[in-house]
Write a protein that binds this ligand. Structure first.
Ligand code: E4P
Length: 223
């Protein structure tokens, strides 16, 4: 399972890249708008920080298939390899997925709330489908179950499309989809930070240090 960071904040990306196994970046227009910067400058900076080998999923803002395809082409031209054009699964979006796939451009179908949306996007050629786990939960449905259904359907119909589960509000949701064998999760910096945290881990480390110090004082292993 790939860990992807759902942010466009350059400082956070720098920090996360240093500490965690980040295998991709996703953005959407809301995430971009939080930075309130020139879009091209911002994405260029993110590309420079994260490097060419790590994929970036960049969302389009047009609603019409032809315009979405043109935006997708412009994004790929500007930021080079390892770009996935994120396209919401509207009717126009599905048409745009078909156009961009015929041009060999990588696509992530996004804003997915049902397994049928995912299946149609997959059949249209999407490389990734992105179900919105927490937003589905908030509709009194079950986001993790939807992810499970999508994984099963893609497997049943032998489709190569992968699932990048998105929109998490807690660690348990991430762990649930990890248990289902999801291919990737994209997680906000706030939730990402919590993935490894446990107060008992901190307490254990504190005790180890105390015990060491009782015998060796301030010496460490290098001394
Ligand atoms: C990522 O691809 C999605 O745009 C994002 O995870 C949505 O998350 P939200 O529901 O927290 O806005």
């Amino acid at each position: 399972m790939k860990y992807i960071l759902d942010t466009a904040n350059v400082e956070i990306i720098k920090y996360a890249k240093e500490y965690f196994p980040i295998e991709g970046i996703t953005t959407n227009p809301t995430i971009i708008s939080r930075e309130n910067r020139n879009f091209l400058d911002l994405m260029g900076e993110i590309r420079a920080v994260i490097g060419e080998d790590i994929p970036i999923h960049i969302q389009v803002v047009s609603n019409n298939a032809q315009e979405i395809a043109e935006e997708g082409n412009a994004i790929v031209k500007k930021f080079g390899k390892n770009i996935y054009v994120k396209i919401p699964v509207t009717r126009e979006g599905i048409k745009a997925i078909k156009i961009l796939k015929s041009e060999n451009i990588k696509v992530t179908a996004t804003a997915i709330y049902t397994s049928q949306q995912a299946l149609i996007a997959a059949k249209a050629g999407a490389d990734y489908v992105a179900p919105y786990v927490n937003r589905i939960d908030n509709l009194s449905s079950n986001g993790c179950n939807v992810v499970g259904n999508i994984i099963r359907q893609l497997k049943a119909y032998d489709l190569k499309t992968k699932v990048i589960a998105a929109s998490f509000k807690n660690v348990q949701q991430v762990d649930n989809v990890a248990n289902m064998g999801v291919h990737a999760v994209t997680v906000s910096p706030e939730i990402f930070e919590k993935l490894h945290m446990h107060l008992f881990t901190d307490a254990s480390v504190e005790q180890f240090i105390k015990d060491w110090k009782k015998v060796y004082g301030d010496k460490n292993i290098r001394d």
